[in-house]
Ligand binder design. Sequence first.
Ligand SMILES: *Cc1c(COP(=O)(O)O)cnc(C)c1O
Length: 428
Amino acid sequence: MGEEKNVLTREHAKAHDATDAFARYREEFYLQPEVIYLDGNSLGLMSKRAELKVAELMDSWKTLAIEGWTKGKYPWFFLSEKLGAMCAPLVGALEDEVIVSGSTTSNIHQLIATFYKPEGKRTKILADELTFPSDIYALQSQIKLRGYNPDEELLRVKSRDGKFLAEEDIIVAMTDEVALIFLPTVLYRSGQLLDIKRLTAEANARGICIGFDACHSIGAIPHHFSEWGVDFGVWCNYKYLNGGPGSVAGLYVNKKHFGIYPGLAGWYSSKKDKQFDMEHTLDVELSAGAFQIGTPHVLSLAPILGSFELFAEAGIEQIRQKSLKITQFLSDLVEQELEGLGFSIGNPQEDDRRGGHICLEHEEAIRICKALIENRIIPDNRPPNIIRLAPVAFYTSYEEIWDTVQVLKTIVKEKQYEKYSKERNVVS
Ligand SMILES: *Cc1c(COP(=O)(O)O)cnc(C)c1O
């Protein structure tokens, strides 16, 4: 016999907020009055510390000009390395295994160009059919650049139900024809968290290089890339890491690969003390820094400095605890309050298999999202039927979650969504 479930009320939400160790971080962020922001998995909110660091770096440009590369509080020449070291605890890596540089997609190109070494019958790249399109486009074009046909060399593990991947299916596909594996940590639609440790162990045992795209787990979930033996990883800094629109991305390379020649080399791939020797022979840096290409985007690195400070203070384990608790609260409320209204939860239920967002399915997802936005609740929408809701540890309150579910109930009960068109917006 199961325990009888308590009926959840607004009072429960208030009680959780009153004891929430993260409540004090809300004032660190620019929350807009009367807006409930649940899209931090797509674009994290601006923090006051991020704003401050932008001002500081603007000032270093104003007052130091060219000397800013080596002088001031944050010498620009070493900023990507400094941020890499600050980010290392979030992926479970050594400080010099991480660099903040490039964009997610350009870093995928860089690391596939570096680690994809088709040889003999090992020519294939193993990915999956649920992954983010940009990752697939990058893999396809890297295969083409080697003179191969992506239709033959790119393997995409199939999903059994269109939502999740089975680790067993991925492992079975790790054959002796596979040269490289590239997978997401968390699936961007269903929020499924893959068993990174197990997949890495299986790839390592077969001598296959394995990399992960951690865009949907970085800043929400702890990782142990070094300890697990992950070969490389990429992520963006503008989702849960709150680094600002188009902020510079991050990458990780296991130290056993230090010294490998970067697939896409540039003068920033050089040992830093040799870079200004201006030699035509590249002396590759012995760290993740080797996978930089050119001059860092200093002004777009600035907000990340402020944001990483907050992560260092709060701790990623504590962030995960709050994230699990508040997403569970949302799930429980969906079950209790929205029963019979056509909603279902599309993410895995088990804590060790789910990421930071709730995947809420409804056949009217597009129009419900438009109605939510008119009610000043910001979700995002993945066609055809997914409403993604991300309660973010730093700035989402339990009472906001309560309110969101009440508004969802009204939108569907009163059929408020019917006044909107079924077209998705250009950015959704
Ligand atoms: C957000 C995201 C991207 C975005 O790539 P950009 O190069 O930053 O545009 C790529 N892949 C995945 C899995 C993502 O979630």
